[in-house]
Ligand binder design. Structure first.
Ligand SMILES: *[C@@H]1O[C@H](CO)[C@@H](O)[C@H](O)[C@H]1NC(C)=O
Length: 327
C-alpha cells in the first residue's frame, strides 16, 4: 500500500503546471557498479542521485552510506538509515556470492562488469514511475516493467534464464518492489522537501558573446555563452529582431563546479549578415526580463582606451625614443 503525503505532492506539482511549477529534480535513483576481476576479487561502487545531482556515495570498506548534502537523509531517521545500510551490506554480500558462484553456469567470463540503476520518478499530476535496469559488460541485460522481469534482447538466453530465476524467488521480488514502490517515492518526497532551499533556488545566468573559429571563407561563427544559471532549464536563441534564427546550435548543458549550468549557442552566418543579430536568453530566475546581447555593438570607451589608445601611445613613445637615440 502506498502512503504518499499527497499534500506535499500537490505543493510540488501544482495542477495546471504553470510557469511556477516545481522546476527541480523529480527522480531519485541509485547506481551500482560491480567489478569482478577474477573468481576471488570483487568491488562495488554505489551512489545515490537526484536526477543528475549526486547526493550519496557508498564507502565499501565500512559498508556505510556517505551523505554528500546536509539534507541527504531526507526524512528518514538514523535507525532507518542503519537498517537500510544493513540491507545493502547483506545484498552486496549475497550478490557477490551469487555472481562468483554462478559465473561458470551463466558462461560469464572474468573480468565481469555489472551496472544496475534503480529508482523512481514523480510525474506531474502525482503519478509515480519505477525503473530498474541491469547491464552486463556494458550491454543491456534486463529491466523491470510493471513489477515483472523483462530480459533485454542483448542479454540473450542468459537474461531469460535469470528472469525465470527471479520470478521464482517471490521473496526477492517482494523486497525489491517494496523498495521501489514504497520506500523510494516516500524518500524522494522527503528529500525534495528537506533540500528545497537548494533544489528550488533561482540563480541568474551571465551571458557574453564571442566569435568562434571561422566556419569558412567570408563566414563568422557567433557564440553566445550563458553560464551560472540554476535550475537547468534555459532558452537561448540567436535572433534578428523578434525573428528566431533557426540555424542556432546548442552545446550540451555542462555543469559548473558550484552546481550551476553552462550552455553555448552558436550561429554560422555570412560575415556581412552579422550586424543586427542578437542573442536572447530566457530563464526562470530572470522573471520575464530576458537577457538580450547585440552582436557588434560599439565596445565601451574603456575598452577602446585599453586596447587601441594605450598600445598606440606606447608605440609612439618607442618611436620617439628611437629617433632621439639616432640623433
Ligand atoms: C584477482 O584480481 C585482483 C585485482 O586485479 C588481483 O590483485 C589478484 O591478484 C587476482 N587474484 C587472482 C587469484 O588472480
Amino acid at each position: 500500500m502506498l502512503l504518499l503525503p499527497f499534500q506535499l505532492l500537490a505543493v510540488l506539482f501544482p495542477v495546471g503546471d504553470g510557469e511556477d511549477a516545481f522546476q527541480g529534480p523529480t527522480s531519485f535513483h541509485i547506481i551500482q557498479i560491480s567489478s569482478f576481476a577474477n573468481s576471488t576479487w570483487a568491488h562495488h561502487q554505489g551512489s545515490g542521485w537526484l536526477d543528475d545531482l549526486q547526493i550519496h556515495g557508498w564507502d565499501s570498506d565500512s559498508g556505510t552510506a556517505i551523505f554528500l548534502k546536509p539534507w541527504s537523509k531526507g526524512n528518514i531517521s538514523d535507525e532507518e538509515v542503519a537498517e537500510l545500510q544493513k540491507i545493502i551490506r547483506v545484498y552486496l554480500y549475497r550478490f557477490t556470492q551469487h555472481i562468483q558462484g554462478h559465473a561458470s553456469q551463466f558462461q560469464l567470463k572474468y573480468p565481469i562488469e555489472i551496472q544496475i540503476i534503480a529508482g523512481c520518478e514523480l510525474r506531474s499530476g502525482g503519478s509515480i514511475v519505477n525503473f530498474l535496469r541491469k547491464a552486463v559488460g556494458g550491454l543491456d541485460f534486463l529491466s523491470t516493467e510493471n513489477d515483472t522481469c523483462v530480459p533485454a534482447p542483448e542479454g540473450g538466453s542468459r537474461a531469460q534464464h535469470v528472469c525465470e530465476l527471479i520470478r521464482k524467488h517471490h521473496a526477492i521480488i517482494n523486497i525489491v518492489m517494496k523498495l521501489l514502490f514504497d520506500t523510494c517515492p516516500q524518500y524522494l518526497l522527503g528529500i525534495l522537501d528537506a533540500g528545497k532551499a537548494e533544489l528550488q533556488r533561482q540563480v541568474k545566468p551571465e551571458a557574453w558573446l564571442s566569435s568562434g573559429p571561422s566556419p569558412g571563407p567570408g563566414r563568422l561563427l557567433l557564440v553566445c555563452h550563458v553560464s551560472g544559471f540554476y535550475p537547468k532549464s534555459v532558452w537561448v536563441k540567436w535572433m534578428r529582431g523578434e525573428q528566431e534564427q533557426l540555424g542556432t546550435q546548442h552545446s550540451d548543458l555542462l555543469p559548473n563546479a558550484d552546481g550551476t549550468w553552462y550552455l553555448r549557442a552558436t550561429l554560422d552566418v555570412a560575415a556581412g549578415e552579422a550586424a543586427g543579430l542578437s542573442c536572447r536568453v530566457k530563464h526562470s530566475s530572470l522573471e520575464g526580463r530576458d537577457i538580450i546581447l547585440h552582436w557588434g555593438q560599439p565596445i565601451s570607451i574603456g575598452l577602446i582606451f585599453l586596447e587601441i589608445i594605450v598600445p598606440s601611445l606606447i608605440l609612439l613613445l618607442c618611436l620617439a625614443l628611437w629617433y632621439m637615440r639616432r640623433k
